[in-house]
Structures are given as structure tokens and as C-alpha cells.
Design a protein around this ligand. Structure first.
Ligand SMILES: NC(=O)c1ccc[n+]([C@@H]2O[C@H](COP(=O)([O-])OP(=O)(O)OC[C@H]3O[C@@H](n4cnc5c(N)ncnc54)[C@H](OP(=O)(O)O)[C@@H]3O)[C@@H](O)[C@H]2O)c1
Length: 440
């Protein structure tokens, strides 16, 4: 049986006939040609990616593919109807008389459909739904650049997306991943600010867990001096979130105080350093003594264990009853009332997370007496122009501090992209301190 017949057979077994067009068959053939001896694994992985990514694929087909991939991975126990792949030592010509057995990648260059590796999800659920597969490559549109990704990083929002609670905004990639570092591989029409070969990092609306990603040129930033390319993947999301919320939105001043909830997280570790370096007094909450000690080392003046201390009382005691000027909050509903209590006169509460729920009760009179403000923002859903303005401001104000080593990305661990499920499980465990980076 030749490669084409074998792939036909595979598609038959999977009942994919209706889905498989000429282009897909050629793609599969090319992949099989690259992996002649062990073609079953890559081809099946590809089909899995194809079906999972195809709007037309039924849940049954995706399930069937997942089961087949599993079967193949477990040692070539082929399902009924699945015949031998091509035998390279004893090639059998097909009916057309063409011998495909010696085909190599070069033979299929005219069938060029570039591939990239990406994390796909076989459904919604726990970390195990994630795996790496070959998927169709992405090309930059007008005003975009393509980046060959060196590394990406895990964000809380990624966990929600995996669970099906945080779909990508319209037009964004289905692939998870809000930030990356890498090398510019191609420029879309009209892009002049960047060149192919530039080493960069970028704020993404999605697509970062992949070997290539496209992003609007305004969301691309240079790698800060003194930071290696892989570590740079840990900076865009925290820098853009902290700078835009604490400084651009809440307008924290060097003479003021900031309460950072979750100071040992990715966002928290960056917020503590940035605010402290810009002269503000920083108070922070955390769940363990070790994490709070790390927060103090990063510049927090006051640390509060949220498990056994009341942060409102501590804030009052450590600010002579005045309260804090700005709060960066990751908890949402659970802390709403107590955050307002902890605010100073004309204080600003900026909510960026909902780890403590979405619906809370706000005591307007308490807020009104303080002439306070409650603001909630999401970076991902902002228009491209706003994100570009934030990135430009980050490069202007934050990058010099990073280059001087005064503010640095805190990386808990760096793992290969193939370990994406373990990386998600680690963030869910809450044992990390700072960022979790994935190398691609
Ligand atoms: N709106 C936006 O644009 C935007 C952008 C980026 C991130 N975010 C949000 O920002 C938050 C932090 O993100 P991240 O990437 O830094 O996640 P992360 O690294 O997992 O950090 C989560 C933090 O939550 C803390 N935490 C858990 N329970 C807490 C409690 N009861 N009180 C105070 N802190 C508590 C943890 O503290 P311990 O580890 O000490 O237990 C940890 O520091 C997330 O909610 C995320 O969704 C929002």
C-alpha cells in the first residue's frame, strides 16, 4: 500500500471523508513522507489537530481521533480496518504505476502548506485536555508581524480559557497564550517599525502556545536590555497589566501607597517591584511566610498573610488609620467590601481578577464618604490601538528599569511546551512564585 492509499484508509477508518479535501490529503502525505518509518503517530496527531480545530468536526470525530492517537501511542495496537503503513523496504506501487515509497519532503514542495506546532485542546476541562500537535501555519495580515516563538508564559486567564470560561475575543486565535518572546519571521503589509530577524517580545490576544504567532505590530516590544530571549516571554503581560492599571489608570504617585493582593504571583511580583522602584510605599498580601519573605525582598514594606490576618486591620494599623491610596486586586467579589474599607480618602481600587467571584455588594455610602473609585479592567479585550499605546508606554517607562536590573521578571520555573499540562497543574496548585515559562 502506498502513502496515499494508506492515508485514504486512515481517513476511511476515521469516517473523515466529508471533511478531507485535496489540500488536507496532500498535507497528510507530506507529513507521512517526512516520517516514513513512524508515520502513524505524526499523521494521527495532525488529524487530531485538524479535527479539533475544524468547526465542522463533530465531537464524535474528535473523540475517535483522540482514542486512536492514544491507541497508537500505546504501542501500535491498530484498530480494526487500519492496515499497514508503507513498507519502505518493500514498496508496492499503486495502480497509477507511481512508486511513492522514496518520496521525501522535497517531492512535496509544490504541495507547500506550512505547519507549526501548537497546543491544542481536545475539549474543555482539566490540564490533560492540552497537548501539542501540528496545525496549519499562520501568516501576518496587514499591520501584523509573524513571530517565531522562543518562549511563552502561563497566565491565570489561560486556565479559564482551557476550562471553557474565557473564550478568545473575536478574531483572536483559538490557541491559548497571551504573551511570547521570539524572532520576527515575516512582516505584514505596511509594517515598517520592525524587521525580519528582530528579537522581540509581544502582548497577544491569543496564540502564544505555538511555534509561530501573528500579532499587531503595535503590541510587539523589543527585548529589554539585559534580559535573555526566553525570560523575556515572562514580561509583556505583567508589565502591561501593572503599568496600565496601577500607573496609567489609577495614577499611583511616588508619595502614595499601594496594596497589592497576591504579591507572590506573576502580576504581584512585578507590581511590588515597579511601585517600590517608583517611590511608592507597598503593602502586599500572600498565603505563606516564605512567599511573603520573597515579597519583602522584592520591595514590599508591609506583608500580610491573608490566611491568618485581616488585611483591613493591618492596613489601618500600618498607615496610621489613613488607608491605602491604590489597591491592585485579583480577588474581585470576595474582597470588594473590605477593599473599600482599606481605601484612603480619594483612593482607587483597581480590580483585575475574579479569583474570589464576580458578584459582590458595594457599600456606596462608604465609597462616597471616601470620594473613592472602583475600576475594573481587562487588558485582553481592549482595542488594538489601546494595547499599542500601553505597550509604547511600557517600553518608555518600564523597560529602562528592567534594563538597569531594578525591576526583573521573577520566573518560578521554565518547562518545555510539551509539558503544558504540568505547567497548568502547577499554576492551579498555587505553589509557584512568579511566572511559569514554556519554551517552544
Ligand atoms: N484584567 C487583566 O487585564 C488581567 C491581566 C493579567 C492578570 N489578571 C489577573 O491577575 C490575577 C493574578 O494573575 P497572575 O498571573 O499573577 O496569577 P498567579 O501568578 O497565579 O497569582 C495568583 C495570586 O493569587 C493569590 N491569592 C490566592 N488567594 C488569595 C487571597 N485569598 N487573597 C489574596 N491573594 C490571593 C496567590 O497568592 P499566594 O500564592 O500567596 O497564595 C497568588 O499570588 C489573576 O486573577 C489574573 O486573572 C488580570
Amino acid at each position: 500500500m502506498n502513502l496515499h492509499d494508506w492515508i485514504d484508509e486512515l481517513c476511511d477508518v476515521l469516517d473523515l471523508e466529508a471533511e478531507v479535501d485535496e489540500g488536507l490529503l496532500k498535507d497528510l502525505t507530506r507529513i507521512a513522507a517526512e516520517n516514513v518509518e513512524h508515520a502513524a503517530g505524526p499523521v494521527t496527531t495532525y488529524l487530531l489537530g485538524f479535527a479539533a480545530g475544524s468547526k465542522d468536526a463533530s465531537p464524535e470525530q474528535v473523540e475517535q481521533l483522540a482514542a486512536l492517537a492514544q491507541t497508537l501511542a500505546e504501542g501500535w495496537d491498530r484498530p480494526a480496518g487500519f492496515r499497514d503503513p508503507v513498507d519502505i523496504d518493500d514498496p508496492v506501487p499503486d495502480d497509477s504505476g507511481v512508486d511513492h515509497s522514496g518520496e521525501s519532503l522535497e517531492d512535496f514542495e509544490d504541495l507547500e502548506t506550512a505547519r507549526m506546532r501548537a497546543v491544542i485542546a481536545t475539549g474543555t476541562g482539566g490540564p490533560d485536555v492540552l497537548s501539542v500537535a501540528d496545525v496549519p501555519d499562520v501568516e501576518p495580515g496587514p499591520g501584523e508581524v509573524a513571530i517565531d516563538v522562543a518562549a511563552t508564559a502561563v497566565n491565570r486567564a489561560d486556565l479559564l480559557q482551557r476550562q471553557g470560561f474565557y473564550p478568545p475575543p473575536p478574531g483572536a486565535s483559538d490557541v491559548i497564550g497571551l504573551e511570547c518572546s521570539g524572532t520576527i519571521a515575516a512582516l505584514g503589509e505596511g509594517v515598517e517599525a520592525w524587521h525580519v530577524g528582530d528579537q522581540v517580545c509581544a502582548l497577544l490576544a491569543g496564540g502564544g502556545y505555538a511555534s509561530r504567532v501573528v500579532v499587531p505590530a503595535g503590541q510587539v516590544m523589543p527585548v529589554p536590555d539585559g534580559v535573555d530571549l526566553v525570560t523575556a516571554a515572562a514580561i509583556p503581560e505583567v508589565a502591561a497589566t501593572v503599568w496600565s492599571n496601577v500607573f496609567m489608570v489609577a495614577g499611583l504617585q511616588p508619595t502614595e501607597s499601594l496594596l497589592v493582593h497576591g504579591g507572590a504571583g506573576g502580576i504581584g511580583t512585578f507590581a511590588i517591584q515597579l511601585a517600590s522602584q517608583l517611590g511608592a510605599r507597598v503593602l502586599t498580601t500572600g498565603g505563606t511566610a516564605d512567599k511573603l519573605a520573597a515579597c519583602a525582598a522584592l520591595g514590599a514594606d508591609v506583608t500580610i498573610n491573608y490566611r491568618d490576618e485581616d488585611f483591613v486591620e493591618v492596613v489601618r494599623a500600618r498607615t496610621d488609620g489613613a488607608g491605602v491610596d491604590v489597591i491592585l486586586d485579583n480577588m474581585g467579589a470576595k474582597y470588594l467590601g473590605r477593599n473599600v474599607e482599606a481605601l484612603a480618602l480619594e483612593g482607587r481600587l483597581v480590580i483585575i481578577g475574579m479569583q474570589g467571584g464576580t458578584k459582590g455588594e458595594l457599600d456606596i455610602s462608604a465609597l462616597l464618604r471616601k470620594r473613592g473609585a472602583v475600576i475594573a479592567t481587562s487588558l485582553r479585550s481592549r482595542p488594538v490601538a489601546e494595547k499599542a499605546a500601553i505597550c509604547a508606554s511600557v517600553v518608555e517607562h518600564v523597560w529602562p528599569l528592567v534594563a538597569e536590573g531594578l525591576v526583573r521578571p521573577i520566573v518560578h520555573t521554565t518547562m518545555p511546551l510539551a509539558d503544558v499540562a504540568a505547567a497548568h497543574a502547577l499554576m492551579e496548585s498555587g505553589e509557584h512564585l512568579g511566572k511559569i515559562v514554556l519554551t517552544v
